[in-house]
Design a protein around this ligand. Structure first.
Ligand SMILES: [Zn+2]
Length: 538
């Protein structure tokens, strides 16, 4: 029997005697057969667990952009960050809490008074606030990390939930490493924290150790053994170390859980978190088996995936379920033939349901400003008139070199022309000479305000030479941690999109640049990263 759904919650036909027998039969059937689809809450933690990934490094404006997309996607909860971890994180959570309407905005805290205070402070002006407190409850976490007895841990959990409750109504409690905890102790902690005011209990498989059947069993055992469990929403948070995060989450749903914590593209610690797109499409596609649904606007899934990939600089592998570029591509002749005759022969999902559509409009040099604005707004960019003018100017230059301008080109243009931070330096021109017989040299002109600064340098290759010339101009010494280039679209005339990561004092800054000339794209990306560093944002 599915938890939370009791026969007595269905309409009772009342005292009509002639219906009594029928009603008894129906009651029995209700218990065995009738299953109402349950709503599964989607708790997105891309901005917290996802952002913890080394090298992801999102600045406040980028986090806000992701939060807006999550609201469009209609997630139920956005975990916006861990306010005590830094002033930057505090401010980012607080501005998301004030601006984003629709989803609940959640702030994370350890079971420590100062953490809970800071979390409460960050979400105090939110329409629908939530505080999420957590503490390790497995023996290995309690003795190995916390150095506390089970009784002490229980006390910390209860008092933190009470403290959080005094600041906002919605309080989620996570017994960390629950999948490896002693069940009896776990039940006690859950019961006590519900008593203390928790409205959501989240069961994390923190280290990605669980196996679906066993994890499902844990969820139903909690349902059976915690007397006050029906007062709260039961949630799960799975990691993908063994590739079982989605399976574990869905097994938990089958066993009665009504919330899944997840991230876009499965971003997260180590092998990552549960992928939002996988569980959402899993629930949608197999609602026949799971008797469940979510409120997610699935047509926004692709936009969310692309946005997160672009801002974090982590590409999505082509074979990634749902959002990979090959996820809906059929290469075998038999499959292609089948799909052309009848889509459902080899397709279990409709690509349009995840927001994948053949772009009907391809822009060319003849396209007007209006067409550009229209297409950009479909891609999720709402630009001011001045921004449109700048994007249009750039668009014409690109359209001049390439005949057709695709969505990916437009994304690259907008990214390039409308950086989220002030531009201390702006690439005015670049000239390189290289070849098998020359020492590669680069001459660079950067604008700083009204001033044009020029330098030349040589290097191991044209990009290296360009970067050395830029270093001479800016005078900052940075470590180039990562450099990658990919074609924004198919074809020989595709724009090259370059991503660099530079490191300074333990902070990582991501820079991006795009151009039909890859050396120019490389220089732009480097200047972009340096601007971010000078602006002091991650
Ligand atoms: Zn996690």
């Amino acid at each position: 029997m599915v938890m939370g759904l009791k026969a007595d919650s269905l309409n009772d036909p009342g005292d009509l005697p002639h219906l009594k027998n029928l009603s008894n039969i129906r009651d029995r059937e209700d218990q065995e057969e009738v299953k109402m689809p349950r709503k599964i809450f989607i708790f997105d933690t891309t901005l917290r667990d996802g952002e913890q990934v080394p090298g992801a490094s999102l600045n406040a404006a980028e986090k806000m952009e992701i939060a807006r997309q999550l609201a469009k996607l209609k997630v139920d909860v956005i975990e916006a960050g861990n306010p005590i971890s830094s002033l930057e994180d505090f401010e980012s959570v607080s501005s998301i809490a004030q601006e984003i309407k629709g989803p609940v905005i959640c702030a994370l805290a350890r079971c420590v008074a100062a953490d809970v205070d800071r979390a409460g402070e960050a979400i105090k002006d939110c329409e629908k606030p939530m505080i999420h407190v957590y503490i390790g409850v497995s023996d290995i976490h309690m003795s190995g990390q916390l150095r506390k007895t089970p009784e002490q841990v229980m006390k910390m959990a209860v008092s933190s939930v009470q403290q959080a409750k005094s600041m906002c109504h919605e309080v989620e409690f996570s017994p960390m490493d629950a999948a490896r905890a002693r069940p009896d102790y776990l039940y006690e902690v859950i019961e006590a924290t519900i008593e203390a005011g928790a409205t959501v209990i989240n069961i994390p498989d923190t280290v990605g150790y669980a196996v679906p059947e066993q994890f499902g069993q844990l969820i139903s055992d909690i349902g059976q053994n915690v007397p006050n469990i029906s007062k709260v929403r039961l949630s799960v948070h799975c990691h993908d170390d063994l590739g079982m995060a989605t399976s574990n989450s869905l097994a938990a749903v089958k066993a009665g859980a009504t919330q899944i914590e997840c991230t876009i593209n499965g971003m997260g610690e180590r092998a990552g978190n549960t992928a939002l797109e996988e569980v959402v499409m899993g629930i949608k596609t197999r609602s026949d088996y799971l008797d469940a649904y979510t409120d997610i606007k699935t047509q926004e899934v692709m936009n969310a995936s692309r946005l997160v990939s672009r801002l974090t600089g982590f590409p999505v592998p082509p074979n990634k379920p749902i959002v990979g570029s090959n996820a809906f591509a059929h290469s075998s002749g038999v499959h292609q033939d089948g799909v052309l005759k009848e889509r459902t022969t080899f397709e279990i999902m409709n690509p349009e349901d995840v927001g994948l559509q053949e772009s009907e409009i391809i822009l060319t040099a003849r396209s007007g400003r209006h067409a550009l604005r229209h297409r950009l707004s479909e891609l999720g960019y709402e630009l001011s008139d001045e921004q449109i003018n700048r994007a249009y100017e750039r668009f014409l230059k690109v359209a001049d070199k390439k005949k057709e301008v695709f969505d990916e080109d437009l994304t690259a243009i907008v990214e390039d022309e409308l950086p989220s931070i002030p531009q201390t330096y702006y690439l005015d021109y670049i000239q390189v000479s290289s070849g098998t017989r020359f020492v590669p040299t680069a001459t660079i002109g950067l604008r700083k305000g009204d001033e044009l600064i020029q330098e030349a340098a040589y290097g191991d290759g044209p990009v290296d030479a360009a970067y050395k010339a830029i270093d001479k101009i800016t005078g900052v010494k940075v470590e180039l941690a990562d450099y990658s280039i990919h074609a924004a679209t198919k074809g020989k005339d595709a724009m090259g999109a370059v991503l660099v990561r530079i490191r300074d004092n333990g902070h990582t800054f991501i820079g991006r640049g795009a151009s039909t000339d890859i050396i120019e794209a490389s220089a732009k990306a480097y200047v972009n990263a340096i601007n971010k560093m000078l602006h002091g944002t991650k």
